[in-house]
Each structure stands twice: as structure tokens, then as C-alpha cells.
Design a protein around this ligand. Structure first.
Ligand code: ADP
Ligand code: MG
Ligand code: ZN
Length: 608
């Protein structure tokens, strides 16, 4: 119910009451002016009355002949017979007044009802407020809270965001579109409907969304996914509808749904009992996305740090069809972010952003902002005039101690291992023919688990893969472990994820693709369901003998062992380059394709 409806309700109540009041007055006016009871008695005695009708409260009589006003009916209020008898003796006109009880009766019903209604509404309102933070009360259920979060001018620009230049470049287009939505339609191009910002917490996703609004100077409608999830079924859906409606009214505008995962969690995810409210809300969002025409100048942005749990329907083309990765900053990025936040404090001359950046590998933008604040707090506590480098080192130590517990920061020895491991992957990929080019290697921890990563850029979509190609894929995945073995002569847990993947590939080669001579072209495993692939489904039971099972295990083992040996050999041959690259990676933290090409000149490649 919105404001106008609320006003209407008030008007209706007032109208009903006035009608009741008017009716009361009207009926009293309508009644023929009563004559005193004593007069009626007199008329009776005089024989002027032809007929009497006795009502509960009054008596009406019909006159034989109309009186001087032409009236034929007279009415007198009834008086109790005993009282009338007594009073007749005094020869004075008398009558009785019957007060109308109508209003009183009415009020005695309505007032308590209103009081109860009031109390009830008060309770519900409190309740809703508790539920949703800024609820506008019971009457406002369904009214988008987004209204409250409209910012007509976010005041944030791209200058406030640093270290995520790639993501900024991708959003540049959206800004141009918002500035001139009409121009964009000319060539028939269509804006992506939804853009999903994906990245670890604290890397500036929310900040970026606001900066886009600020750069394009359009209103910013923001709401957090968790706010859609409501007590009452249907409320969240109403909110979604309302949010889009409001944004459309003030187009060009940006709608930003933060923490999309709270709302868009996969509907078929196992272990989650059905949640009607969330599903309805999600469905409504899908409907809005479908009916939503970006040429109207409304751009939908959303952010999440858990894209893997999002419902597939949200991610398909025509919905959130563009994803922008907002990753943890590298060293240069950290310097840039620090410079932004250092402007806000009184910094001493010895504070060197580069030096601070060196000490803060793996920090996100939010961590860095927090660091600057911590340092300033330390300086304040010491009653210093300026924040010095010593404050920064102390603050880093405090924060790092906290972060290490969360396994995000590596000690120097671990960093070195991770660097060699990642370069191992990259070099194997570069040395083998027909593998995807390496796009980027990084030793900035990403997400939970991955300490570093190597990104390969597929040059084309592949639907078929040969045995050799699969083997090369395994080789690249084993490259990390091989490099660790070669340089440190140890095996570490860092390769656990790689091993999982190579085992899967090798097993599939043997049991599903018939690629092993000892087993032959026999399929021993059902293909996994490709549609609605649900994790946690029990595997199909094996329908082969124990001997075959042994053969399969042995064949998988042979593939992996052989590949590991040849990978180790590749890296041995290129040990000088491996070390050169690892050292570069340790200082720069990320290496892009071109840098890597420069560093790997003279690499001894394999031709098979
Ligand atoms: P996210 O939404 O990705 O979790 P936020 O956008 O809420 O992170 O970031 C929190 C705060 O951290 C921001 O308000 C800002 O002060 C700081 N911050 C994060 N990333 C950056 C960045 N890339 N540049 C500058 N400041 C940043
Ligand atoms: Mg956020
Ligand atoms: Zn690895």
C-alpha cells in the first residue's frame, strides 16, 4: 500500500463518519416536530384523534381534521404511564425526551475496535522494522526499501577506485551508454541487461557500482539481496517489482543489487529445503530481467563474491550476461589504492606507499583502507602530529596477525613455493604444442584455497579433444607439482586441487573415452547428467568386475605417472627460465602474457 492509498483510507473513514453523523441529524429533522405528551392527552380527550399508533418510543396519532398547518399527523414522545398519570394533575404541558442511543452504541463498538487495530499495527510495524532494518511500517510492506537508498548523486567517481583498471575499462562502456542512451540504439546494439561484479570481499565492488553512477551522474537505486528475503511470502517479489518500476521512472538510472547470492542462490542446490519466499523473489527478478529493456536507460548491476552458487537461470544470456571480475590488487594496484586513502590522513614524510604495498600482498582494497585508518589511530593514540611509517608497520603487523589466522597471507618461504608452482604450470603450457596460451599468472591469493593461479586463455571453443590433448592438459596441471619437486625436492599440499582435476581427467580417459590400450574401447561409466548437474548426487554403481576395477586403477596411475615424468623433464630442461620467471613473479606478483613471453625467450619446446 503506498502513500496515496493510505490517504484514501483516512478519507474513507472520515467520510463514513460524516455520513453517519449527517444521517443522525437528518432523521431527527425528518421526524415531525413532536408535541408535548400532555397535549396529545388533551387532543384525545377532545376526541380529535381518529387513530393512534404506539411505537416503542413515541406515539403517533392521526387527526380527524388537519390542523392550522395542514398537518394530519401528530407525534408525541411516550411518557411512562405512571408518571403521566401523576403529572396530569398539575395541568402543565409535559413530555419526555428520549435521547438517541445510536451514536453511543456505534462508538461503543467502534472505539475499542480502533484501539485494538492501533495496537496491532504498532506491533506489526515494530516487527517489520526489526526484520528489514528500514521498513516503512506495516502499511509499507512491499514498498521497496530501495526508495530509501536512492542516491541522486553518489559523489563517488572512478578517481576513488584504484587498482582494478581492467574492471574499470569494462564498465567504461556502461557509463557512456548511461550518458547518452539514445545514441547507443542507433546502430541496433543492445546493452547487456545485467552486469555482475564478481570478486572477493572488500575489493571494491560496491564502491565501483557507485562510481559508475557517479561518473554517469545518474540516480543510484541500491538494495542488498538479503533485504529481499522477507518474512512474508510475496513481499520480496513485490519489492523487486517496485524497485524496477521506480528506477524506470527516473531513467537513466542504475539499479544495484548487492550480495546477489543471498537472493539468487541456486534453486536446485542440495541440502537446502525449499524456500518459497526466496524462490518467488528470484522468479520475480527473472521476470523483471526478461521484461526489462535496457534501451530505456536503466542499467542493472549486481555484485557477489560467490558466483558459483548463483542460479543458472540468472547467468544465462539475456540476463546477467556480462561478468566483470574485480580481483585483489597487485602491487601497483595497492600503491594506487594506498595513495587514495593516504590523502585522508596527515601523513609523515617517511611514509612510502611502495614500501607499504610490499608488505601487504593479498590485501584487498578494504583491508588497505582499514590499514590506513589503523595507522592513523595508532598515531592519534601516541598523540603524534603525523602518521609515520612506524605506525604503518605496526598496523600491518596487527592486521597480518589477524589475517594469517584466516590463511590469507603467506610467509616468504610459502610465497616462493607458490611462485615456482605457478611458473611450473605456465612453462609446461608454453613448452607443449597446442595448449591454450597463458594469459596471466599471479601469486595473489584468490578466494579460499587457491594460493596463486595461472590463467590460460582458450583460443577457441573445444568440443572434441584427442588423447594427446588431454594428456597435455594433465601435463600442465601437473606442472606445478613437478616444479616444486624439481626445485625444492618436496611434495606439498598446494597441488591438491590440481591432483583432483588430473585424476578426474585420467579416469574419464580410461572409463568413458576408451583411450587406454589395456582397457580397450569399453565404457565403464555412465556419463554424468549434463543438465541440472547437481553436486552431491550419488555416483552410479559400478557394473564391472573387480579385475576390471584393478585394471582401471592401474591404467589411471600409468597415465599420471608417465605424464608427471615427462613434465618434470620439460622443466628440468628449462630450469634457468623457470627460476628467472619465478623471481620476476615474486617481485611483481602478477605476470601478464607479454611479460611472460619476454621472460621465456629461448624456452626449449616440445614438438610432440
Ligand atoms: P566489496 O563490495 O567488494 O566487498 P566495498 O566496495 O564495500 O567492497 O569496499 C569497502 C571499502 O574498501 C570501500 O569503501 C573503500 O574505502 C575501500 N576499497 C575497496 N576497494 C577499493 C579500491 N579498489 N580502491 C579504493 N578503495 C577501495
Ligand atoms: Mg559490497
Ligand atoms: Zn597448481
Amino acid at each position: 500500500m503506498n502513500n496515496t492509498n493510505k490517504i484514501n483510507l483516512v478519507y474513507t473513514i472520515i467520510a463514513v463518519f460524516s455520513i453517519m453523523l449527517l444521517h443522525e441529524i437528518w432523521t431527527q429533522q425528518q421526524v415531525i416536530q413532536p408535541i408535548p405528551y400532555s397535549q396529545l392527552e388533551t387532543l384525545l380527550e377532545q376526541g380529535k384523534i381518529a387513530q393512534l399508533t404506539i411505537h416503542e418510543r413515541y406515539i403517533s396519532g392521526e387527526l380527524n381534521t388537519p390542523d392550522e398547518h395542514g398537518k394530519k399527523i401528530v407525534v408525541a414522545n411516550r411518557v411512562e404511564p405512571r408518571l403521566a398519570e401523576q403529572l396530569s394533575r398539575f395541568q402543565v404541558p409535559f413530555t419526555q425526551v428520549h435521547e438517541s442511543k445510536f451514536l453511543i452504541t456505534l462508538l461503543s463498538w467502534v472505539v475499542p475496535a480502533l484501539v485494538f487495530l492501533g495496537i496491532w499495527m504498532l506491533i506489526i510495524r515494530k516487527f517489520v522494522e526489526k526484520q528489514g532494518g528500514m521498513g516503512g511500517g506495516f502499511m509499507n510492506i512491499g514498498k521497496s526499501k530501495a526508495k530509501i537508498y536512492v542516491e541522486h548523486e553518489t559523489g563517488v567517481t572512478f578517481d576513488d577506485v584504484a587498482g582494478v583498471d581492467e574492471s574499470k575499462a569494462e564498465l567504461e562502456e556502461i557509463i557512456n551508454f548511461l550518458k547518452a542512451p539514445k545514441d547507443y540504439g542507433k546502430l541496433g546494439a543492445r546493452m547487456p541487461k545485467g552486469i555482475l561484479l564478481v570478486g572477493p570481499p572488500g575489493t571494491g565492488k560496491t564502491l565501483m557500482a557507485r562510481a559508475v553512477a557517479g561518473e554517469a551522474s545518474v540516480p543510484f537505486f541500491s538494495i542488498s539481496g538479503s533485504e529481499f528475503v522477507e518474512m512474508f511470502v510475496g513481499v520480496g517479489a513485490a519489492r523487486v517489482r517496485d524497485l524496477f518500476e521506480q528506477a524506470r521512472k527516473s531513467a537513466p538510472a542504475i539499479i544495484f543489487i548487492d550480495e546477489l547470492d543471498a537472493l539468487g542462490r541456486s534453486r536446485s542446490a542440495p541440502g537446502l529445503s525449499g524456500n518459497d519466499e526466496r524462490e518467488q523473489t528470484l522468479n520475480q527478478l527473472l521476470v523483471e530481467l526478461d521484461g526489462f529493456d535496457p534501451s530505456g536507460g536503466v542499467v542493472l548491476l549486481a555484485a557477489t563474491n560467490r558466483p558459483e552458487i548463483l542460479d543458472q537461470a540468472l547467468l544465462r544470456a539475456g540476463r546477467f550476461d556480462r561478468q566483470v571480475l574485480v580481483d585483489r590488487p597487485d602491487k601497483l594496484g595497492r600503491i594506487a589504492i594506498l595513495q587514495i586513502h593516504l590523502q585522508k590522513i596527515e601523513q609523515g614524510e617517511d611514509v612510502d606507499p611502495a614500501q607499504v604495498a610490499d608488505l601487504t600482498t593479498g590485501f584487498s582494497g578494504a583491508d588497505l583502507a582499514n590499514l590506513v585508518n589503523e595507522a592513523a589511530l595508532l598515531a592519534t593514540r601516541a598523540k603524534a602530529e603525523q602518521v609515520t611509517m612506524a605506525d604503518f608497520t605496526q598496523a600491518i603487523e596487527r592486521i597480518v596477525a589477524g589475517l594469517e589466522k584466516k590463511n590469507r597471507l603467506l610467509n616468504p618461504r610459502e610465497r616462493e613455493i607458490v611462485a615456482y608452482h605457478e611458473v611450473g604450470h605456465a612453462l609446461t603450457a608454453l613448452a607443449l604444442p597446442g595448449t591454450d596460451p597463458v594469459h596471466k599468472i599471479s601469486i595473489i591469493p584468490r578466494g579460499i584455497g587457491a594460493l596463486g593461479y595461472t590463467l590460460q586463455r582458450p583460443t577457441e571453443d573445444r568440443f572434441l579433444m584427442t588423447r594427446e590433448e588431454l594428456k597435455r592438459k594433465i601435463a600442465v596441471l601437473l606442472g606445478g607439482r613437478a616444479a616444486e619437486k624439481l626445485i625444492f625436492n618436496h611434495l606439498s599440499t598446494g597441488a591438491a586441487d590440481d591432483l583432483q582435476r588430473v585424476t578426474d581427467i585420467a579416469r574419464n580417459m580410461v572409463t568413458r573415452y576408451g583411450m587406454d590400450e589395456t582397457i580397450g574401447h569399453v565404457v565403464h561409466e555412465e556419463p554424468p547428467p549434463t543438465f541440472l548437474n547437481q553436486p552431491g548426487m550419488p555416483p552410479a554403481t559400478a557394473n564391472y568386475s573387480n579385475t576390471t576395477a584393478e585394471q582401471i586403477d592401474r591404467a589411471v596411475r600409468t597415465i599420471l605417472d608417465d605424464t608427471f615424468a615427462s613434465t618434470l623433464k620439460i622443466l628440468e630442461e628449462n630450469q634457468d627460465i623457470l627460476e628467472r620467471c619465478a623471481r620476476a613473479l615474486l617481485t611483481k606478483e602478477t605476470l601478464m602474457e607479454e611479460e611472460l613471453q619476454e621472460l621465456t625467450k629461448g624456452l626449449r619446446r616440445r614438438s610432440d
